[in-house]
Design a binder for this molecule. Structure first.
Ligand code: PLP
Length: 400
């Protein structure tokens, strides 16, 4: 007897979480592994945020809160969207949940009917397609090429839209490529969306604060205010504020959709942790200057790793404009032979080889809907990154 549902049989487990777990297991077994799979900052949560959470505990804020978040948190979310993105939401138009991941899940469960289509530009974060399937929808993956900076363009979007299209998923800066959509890119996509009134836009902006080379971040609803009623803007404290374990993400969008999402949350999770919410208020309302300092540190690592990997024959790094990943084209390694006489047929084999031979954990590109690539996270110290590049170079040199 199978204990899981038919629907779940279509769903893949998270490849990045799988790779991270494998790294943790090997490290726990005493093996010297460099984990470049995990998508979380190596920085600590700032002290003022921790102090706010401790103060909340001491003040007895240890009970259930309202479903969409405490009033303080919802006000802070409204303030954040106005301050950082120039989008004005009212309180009924925002909600907090247990991480941006869960916000996306709520939105899809709340809005999809069986067979509704969700356009997912690839390479894409591993969960968009799988959550769509769990919610009864059909992911429509649209490949975006490296020549085009891995961006979805207006023509490809137009071609992907059908009468069944419910959502376009956008992710800027993007995991895994670090692609950032410019003002012009978003305006061109908005023109297409205007012509198709059945299509909603879900824009995942969780890496907003990790952006390089002095670029300016733009939010979809900021540039297309006339589409605000069809846009769900997602963000969270995990990445920018180094709060992955606190599990707070949030959304701004049309009140009707937010109400529907709260209905799902009220019958599944209830409210999120009261203490985490106090921390998130401190993050959103407190000092913001360190965000730029951290982004600068990620930029320096990006430059160093790209420089080191540029000497490795067979690898080609895409230059990210934000987030903390490098997406590496490994087509030059496909067809090569390992010292154990195993042929590298796919990027999955390359990732396995790097684990076995270099003791470096990366995530294969196939998990992100495009191959042959692998993703490395630069959210680890410069010293570890340099050591990892050295190991990768040595392992590649052993291929024939
Ligand atoms: N969206 C993207 C693009 C991500 O990369 C991640 C985490 O890896 C998330 C959402 C989930 O973030 P959270 O920790 O807020 O659930």
């Amino acid at each position: 007897m199978r204990l899981s549902s038919d629907r779940l049989a279509l769903v893949n487990p998270s490849a990045s979480e799988g790779a991270s777990q494998r790294a943790r297991d090997l490290i726990a077994a005493g093996i010297d592994v460099i984990n470049l799979a995990t998508g979380e900052p190596d920085f600590d949560t700032p002290d003022h945020i921790i102090a706010a959470a401790i103060a909340a505990l001491r003040a007895g804020q240890t009970r259930y809160t309202s479903t969409g978040g405490t009033l303080e948190l919802r006000k802070a979310i409204v303030e954040k969207f106005a301050r950082d993105n120039g989008i004005s939401y009212e309180l009924p138009e925002v909600l907090a949940s247990a991480g941006t991941k869960n916000v996306i899940f709520l939105a899809l469960v709340a809005s999809l009917n069986p067979g509704d289509e969700v356009i997912v530009p690839a390479p894409h974060w591993v969960s968009y397609t799988e959550m769509t399937k769990m919610a009864g929808g059909t992911p429509v993956v649209v490949s975006c090429t490296q020549n085009n900076g891995f961006k979805l363009d207006a023509q490809a979007l137009e071609q992907a839209i059908t009468p069944r299209t419910r959502w376009l998923m956008l992710n800027t800066p993007c995991n895994p490529t670090g692609t950032v959509y410019s003002r012009e890119d978003l305006a061109a996509l908005a023109d297409v969306i205007r012509r198709h009134p059945q299509v909603l836009v879900m824009t995942d902006e969780i890496y907003e604060h990790i952006i390089f080379d002095g670029r300016k971040f733009h939010s979809f609803a900021e540039l297309a205010p006339d589409l605000k009623e069809r846009t769900l803007t997602l963000n969270g404290v995990s990445k920018g504020y180094a709060m992955t374990g606190w599990r707070v993400g949030f959304a701004g969008g049309p009140a009707e959709l937010i109400t529907a999402m709260k209905k799902v949350q009220s019958q599944s999770l209830g409210s999120i942790g009261s203490i985490s919410q106090a921390g998130a208020v401190a993050a959103l309302m407190g000092p913001q200057a360190y965000l730029q300092e951290r982004a600068d540190a990620f930029q320096a690592r990006r430059d160093r790793v790209i420089a080191l990997l540029s000497y490795v024959p067979g690898l080609r790094c895409h230059r990210p404009e934000g987030a903390f990943y490098l997406f590496v084209d490994c087509s030059g390694l496909i067809g090569r032979m390992t010292p154990k006489a195993i042929m590298l047929d796919r990027d999955i084999d390359v990732a396995e080889y790097l684990l076995d031979e270099a003791r470096v954990v990366v995530v294969n590109g196939t998990a992100y809907g495009i191959s042959p690539y692998f993703r490395i996270s630069i959210a680890t110290s410069m010293q570890r990154l340099e050591a990892a590049c050295e190991r990768i170079a040595a392992a590649v040199a052993r291929l024939t």
